[in-house]
Ligand binder design. Structure first.
Ligand code: ZN
Length: 384
């Protein structure tokens, strides 16, 4: 046994068994490491805010590490939770916090806007820790069911809402509208918009978010939100975007004025696409530097990505590709979906070899097994 090792671990042989006895300073090191580990675990478990009151009987709690948030509504005899991003950690945090702040009121109803993981990640912990009912549409219910272990229990705690659902008490009121993709261009087949008429608050999920210092692109989902509000005479003063937080560079709460300004001043993909299509490819190539400068003015890659997508929808793959190729030159944090779109533009133009290179880049940056398989499928299809 080397001297250093025996000194360090104070090793003795007893009945042919090595007994390791740590020296005092090693004990200190181990205790410190254990302490830091426990502290890290506690910190990991407590990565959520206090309840922040946003209006009478409405509170927000946000989960910084995910950039998500939930809304807590206090009714006369019970509590309503809207949005349950992530599974165990977040739901346990919500349940514990509700117990602490409203010890006499159980969580009775849970709502969510749609089935993306930032709004609904399985109902397991609610089933386990509460007697709460899930209120959602049939399509969303099937999605949540697929993520839930105890489906028998879930069936017993499900309230179907395929149109409009009301909750009313002296203290608070809630109306849950189901927005269908067949009528409004929301990102999922069915989208629940949860409205609190007393406070004029709409939980808008990922339909609208406002970066802190500029107006984001006017995409279909923002137009859908605006149209639904107008069509249904919803008197909205505030929107709660639940997929972003101030920490991730977005407003925690948006106002109707912010949405109006975004619709007015935000980049409109159709207008950008019109501009690109009014110019020849040669002209656009010759203006590459000025295009680069123009795109650079926008802090998030997503805005011009949407413009590229609009050109793709118009089957103008040459011009879409011009945008997709500029994005990685400007933004370090662009999504690998840009590679996917670049690949598709090349594929649709008949340039299979370059398409394959982009699909490979997409696979390299994939964040899930399903993305890897999707990329691989794209390559297999190219080779057929
Ligand atoms: Zn979403």
């Amino acid at each position: 046994m080397p001297k250093l090792m025996t000194d360090m671990y104070n090793i003795e042989m007893k009945n042919n068994i090595i007994v390791i006895k740590t020296l005092p300073y090693m004990k200190k090191v181990i205790v410190t490491i254990l302490f830091l580990f426990v502290l890290f675990q506690l910190k990991a478990q407590t990565q959520y805010s206090e309840f922040k009151r946003i209006d009478s009987n409405l509170y927000l709690i946000w989960f910084n590490q995910f950039g998500n948030k939930s809304l807590i509504a206090e009714f006369d005899d019970y509590i309503v939770v809207v949005e349950f991003p992530q599974k165990d950690t977040v739901v346990k945090a919500i349940v514990n916090k509700v117990k602490e702040v409203f010890p006499t009121k159980p969580i009775k109803y849970v709502f969510h806007t749609h089935h993306h993981s930032h709004s609904a990640s399985g109902f397991d912990s609610f089933l386990e820790l509460t007697d709460a009912y899930l209120v959602t549409s049939s399509y969303n219910f099937e999605k949540i069911k697929a993520l839930t272990k105890d489906t028998i229990k879930l069936n017993a705690r499900y309230i179907n809402n395929d149109s409009v659902y009301f909750l009313k008490s002296k203290r608070n009121e809630l109306i849950c509208y189901v927005v269908k993709q067949t009528q409004y261009l929301v990102p999922t087949n069915e989208y629940n918009l949860i409205y609190f008429p007393k406070q004029k608050v709409v939980v808008s999920g990922c339909l609208y978010q406002k970066p802190l210092d500029y107006h984001e692109v006017v995409n279909d989902r923002k137009l859908a939100l605006n149209k639904f509000i107008v069509d249904n005479n919803i008197d909205a003063k505030y929107f709660i975007p639940t997929n972003t937080t101030k920490k991730s560079g977005f407003e925690d709460i948006c106002t109707i004025g912010m949405l109006d300004s975004t619709l007015k001043y935000g980049i409109k993909p159709n207008e950008v696409a019109d501009f690109f299509q009014s110019k020849s490819l040669e002209y656009l190539e010759s203006k590459r530097d000025s295009l680069l400068k123009e795109i650079k003015k926008i802090p998030i890659y997503y805005d011009y990505y949407q413009c590229g997508r609009t050109l793709m929808e118009r089957k103008d793959y040459d011009r879409a590709l011009i945008i997709f190729l500029l994005i990685p030159e400007i933004y370090s944090d662009f999504s690998h979906n840009v590679y996917l779109c670049s690949g598709e533009c090349c594929e649709f133009k008949g340039n299979r070899e370059v398409a394959k290179v982009f699909y490979e880049k997409y696979i390299d940056c994939a964040v899930s097994e399903s993305e890897v398989s999707f990329g691989k499928e794209k390559i297999i299809n190219l080779e057929q």
